[in-house]
Design a binder for this molecule. Structure first.
Ligand code: PLP
Length: 358
């Protein structure tokens, strides 16, 4: 079975086997990792090692904090404005799909959220124009964008021009899919349930000059300074998710790190888009410049075949291909854990389905 869920998404098979092997007896403790204190020596070791492995994978510079916290991606939609802006300040937003739009509505509860660029159409397809930056934007508190839109399947690999305004990126569905230059960002955050581990955990990478500026009314569990001072243990962290994320980081290192993963992701996405582009039986409504490597929505030219496609795909062991309810059609999420064989199986199924119904 290959699981194409957008999230919570499949995890590397090796990781699931490692976790299964120690599920009831972790480190010979006779207990599960879920059942021990987060403040105990053993869990602290796991937590510190996970942080170090993540730092190694992404080459996180020393002047950045790595926080392991709660509240998923949406939690950060609120935590970012509370930590980075005063109520009378402006936040800039590039809106490229439903998640970056969601970030605007949450931010506008806390500051003056201003949309400075939006997804547009080119050749009848959705694409992301580069927004202009001008002096009127220079005193904004931060500039938020989402380099990979999970629902819409829109990705871009450039940075919006932002002068000295810190960039804040929602990388929930793209983190760890390629190497990054962390120095380009003020804050990177991600809900874990795609490329990191189980849901319940969010990872925040924040430059140290942006820590310690939270508004007085910021809930303590969202305050970056408190989280940083307490090694993300101000309150009880999601210990199992953190432990499992640590196994995923070990797995990624074992695969050869992010440059190897990057090539593999490129190869997987190319295979699938080649099939979508092939004959017109399948379609993408996203411009080739902005097609996501992680979430691949596609439509059948004849939508009456959608249900049959999904039914037969499931029979062939290809699960969770139904598109998001806002978008319809199909969506194949092919995060790091999806092996190339999974994409090959999907492509072969698509070819066979076209032969019999085209
Ligand atoms: N941002 C992006 C890009 C997402 O894909 C998601 C969830 O899928 C979220 C934010 C929201 O994350 P959560 O459900 O963890 O709050």
């Amino acid at each position: 079975v290959f699981n194409f869920s957008a999230g919570p998404a499949m995890l590397p098979h090796d990781v699931m086997v490692w976790a299964k092997d120690e599920f009831l007896n972790w480190r010979d403790s006779g207990s599960s990792v879920m059942e021990v204190s987060h403040r105990g020596k053993d869990f602290r070791e796991v937590a510190a090692e996970a942080e170090q492995d993540l730092r190694d994978l992404l080459a996180v510079p020393d002047n950045y904090h790595v926080l392991f916290t709660h509240g998923g991606g949406r939690g950060q939609f609120a935590a970012v404005p509370l930590n980075l802006s005063a109520a009378d300040q402006t936040s800039l937003h590039l809106v490229t799909g439903s998640w970056s739009k969601g970030a605007v509505s949450e931010a506008s509860k806390f500051n003056h959220a201003k949309v400075v660029g939006e997804v547009a159409e080119k050749d009848g397809l959705r694409y992301v124009p580069k927004p202009a930056f001008d002096e009127s934007m220079a005193d904004a508190a931060y500039y938020h964008f989402c380099p990979n839109e999970t629902v819409d399947g829109i990705e871009f690999n450039w940075l919006p021009e932002s002068g000295d305004v810190p960039l804040v990126a929602d990388m929930s569905s793209t983190i760890l899919s390629r190497p990054l230059n962390i120095k380009d960002y003020g804050v990177i955050y991600a809900g874990a349930q795609k490329n990191i581990g189980p849901s319940g955990l969010s990872v925040v990478i924040v430059r140290d000059d942006l820590v310690g500026k939270a508004r007085q009314e910021t809930p303590s569990i969202f305050d970056y300074a408190l989280l940083a001072e307490s090694d993300s243990m101000y309150n009880t962290p999601p210990t199992f998710s953190w432990y499992l994320a640590g196994l995923v980081f070990k797995w990624l290192k074992g695969q050869g790190g992010l440059s190897v993963i990057d090539k593999r992701n490129e190869e997987k996405a190319n295979l699938l888009y080649a099939e979508i582009n092939n004959t017109g039986f399948y379609r993408s409504n996203v411009h080739p410049d902005n097609r996501s490597r992680m979430n691949v929505p596609f439509q059948l030219a004849n939508p009456e075949l959608d249900n049959l496609f999904l039914e037969q795909a499931e029979q062939a062991g290809l699960m969770a291909l139904k598109g998001h309810r806002f978008v319809g059609g199909m969506r194949a999420s092919i995060y790091n854990a999806m092996p190339i064989n999974g994409v090959v199986a999907l492509v072969e199924f698509m070819q066979e389905f076209e032969r019999t119904h085209g």
